[in-house]
Ligand binder design. Structure first.
Ligand code: HEM
Length: 484
């Protein structure tokens, strides 16, 4: 065979090889694309520790721990994976995934249980109880957050705020967050156990502070660790609550009506002693341990969150002072004491509260665990994976809220889009104190704006390290002068 006659054969052979290679290459690429599409984008980081170091760097930076999530949301989109403290995590930030996970109609998700948190707030706490136990506990506690309790809280909180504000003009610099933490702590303790003694309040606030700090610490229970300090502080808080419960029972048994208490503890003990309740399934009585764990839980859930949200609100207001303040002042009530009904008339203040809650996203994401393999946003999520609904991203998504970084209370002239306003969560774990928290914020806003003008002493936007909720590191120091 000469060279010429070999040529077509070689060309044919070459074409066949090229076609075969193309096919093999295509299949490999398709397989690769398929497996990449199966699991959410992101990085598992280093073996075992995953991206824990990067997360800790964020916690330790002035931008706060949310920066870890924010930067990955930008890089990977609305669904990404990471690995933290040896566990796989997926973050989701669409309204549709928020609805599916938080409403949990499929029953496929449950709240994440963290052993070290349970050691601090108690494993009978609403925050840690199993799904079944949680249902029973919540049915007991939900009745405490009635309209009557909210009205009482408004009156008491108003009194506390008026009293606290009266001294601010003589103080030079007021570190807003510090004062607000004190006011909200007093409000919680009054509502829950009628504790008003200043010395006892101070010592309890210190101990609850240690418990909160330990919730973020490495769970190593050795004498010098932050975690140990928290465990010891929990012990002291439990002793205070035991003593209070004992005293209440003694008062009830000796029919001492001089000390009538209008607080949550009294209601819980009343159900306990007569075995009946106004509504819902109370066939199972709460144990003292359940009552104590949940009083501590409610102090933690209500104090820091509300104080942080209030501080952010004053900051946003300070940055938008003139127009917004005038509008609030115009709707001001001149009553010496505010009632719950007065607040419903303060429509613009309510929108301002909502807008502050949206922008601050004090609880930035809600952790759950997947109970069976499932698909979210087109990606496969395995059973046992931690799944986090990133509420902050939803609150700042330009497709959900136009100009999301602009403080614009009037955006709430219209209802927010479905499943897009999540400062208090959604579904079976929605914040029990949401109406109370909103009412407290309106009360403070009203009193603060109608009493004072203020200037910011330190506008540093850095975020405090090692706190459960996003707080300004400076505590937002201000100098106030009385409005004429
Ligand atoms: C601005 C203030 C507040 C904010 C932003 C806030 C936010 C939240 C959020 C987002 C959750 C749900 C977390 C999740 O689904 O994983 C929650 C739960 C809870 N909050 Fe609040 N909260 C605030 C004030 C309060 C107050 C004043 C109380 C009153 C004691 C309270 C009591 C609770 C309780 C008991 C839970 C647990 C509910 C459950 O697991 O069933 N919160 N809060």
């Amino acid at each position: 065979m000469d060279h010429i006659s070999l040529c077509p054969l070689i060309v044919l052979l070459l074409c066949a090889v090229i076609l075969a290679l193309r096919k093999i290459f295509k299949t490999v690429i398709q397989d690769h694309e398929k497996s990449a599409a199966d699991i959410p984008p992101g990085s598992h980081g280093f073996p075992v520790i995953g991206e824990t170091l990067q997360f800790m760097l964020s916690v330790n930076s002035g931008k706060g721990f949310y920066e870890f999530v924010r930067s990955r949301r930008i890089r990977y989109g609305s669904c990404f994976r990471t690995s933290l403290f040896g566990e796989a995590h997926v973050f989701l930030s669409t309204t549709e995934s928020a609805r599916a996970v938080l409403n949990n109609e499929s029953g496929m998700f449950t709240k994440r249980y963290i052993k070290s948190i349970a050691a601090l707030v108690g494993d009978r706490s609403l925050l840690c109880a199993s799904q079944h136990h949680h249902k029973i506990l919540r049915s007991h506690f939900i009745n405490l957050f009635s309209k009557k309790s909210t009205a009482l809280m408004v009156r008491n909180f108003d009194e506390l705020v008026v009293d606290a504000l009266s001294g601010w003009e003589h103080r030079g610099t007021v570190v807003l967050l510090t004062d607000l933490l004190q006011i909200t702590f007093k409000a919680m303790c009054k509502m829950l156990i009628s504790l008003e003694n200043e010395e006892e309040l101070d010592s309890l606030q210190r101990d609850v502070g240690f418990v909160c700090e330990a919730m973020l610490a490495f769970p190593l229970n050795l004498p010098w660790t932050r975690f140990h300090k928290g465990i010891m502080a929990r012990g002291r808080v439990m002793e205070v609550l035991e003593k209070t419960i004992r005293e209440r029972r003694n008062e009830t048994s000796s029919h001492n009506n001089n000390n009538h208490h209008e607080d949550f503890l009294q209601q819980l003990l009343a159900v306990d002693s007569d075995g009946s309740a106004s509504s819902s399934d109370h066939s199972t009585k709460l144990t003292d341990a359940e009552i104590k764990d949940n009083i501590l839980t409610m102090i933690i859930a209500g104090q820091d969150t509300t104080a942080s949200a209030l501080t952010w609100m004053v900051k946003y207001l300070g940055e938008n002072q003139k127009e917004e303040q005038t509008r609030i002042a115009k709707q001001a009530s001149d009553k010496p004491f505010l009632e719950l009904d007065d607040l419903t008339e303060m429509t613009y203040a309510s929108k301002m509260v909502k807008e502050s809650l949206r922008m601050a996203s004090v609880v930035p994401w809600f952790p759950r665990v997947v109970l069976q393999d499932c698909e979210m946003e087109g990606y496969k999520i395995n059973k046992g994976c931690n799944i986090n609904i990133d509420a902050r991203s939803i609150h700042l998504d330009p497709n959900v809220y136009s100009e999301p970084h602009k403080f614009n209370p009037s955006r709430f002239d219209e209802e927010a889009k479905a499943n897009s306003f999540l400062p208090f969560g959604m579904g079976g774990r929605t914040c029990l104190g949401l109406n109370m928290a909103k009412a407290m914020m309106v009360v403070f806003l009203h009193r603060f704006i109608t009493t004072y003008r203020w200037e910011v002493v330190d506008g540093d936007p850095s975020i405090e390290k090692w706190t459960l909720f996003a707080r300004l590191k400076s505590g937002y120091p201000i100098r106030v002068s009385r409005r004429l």
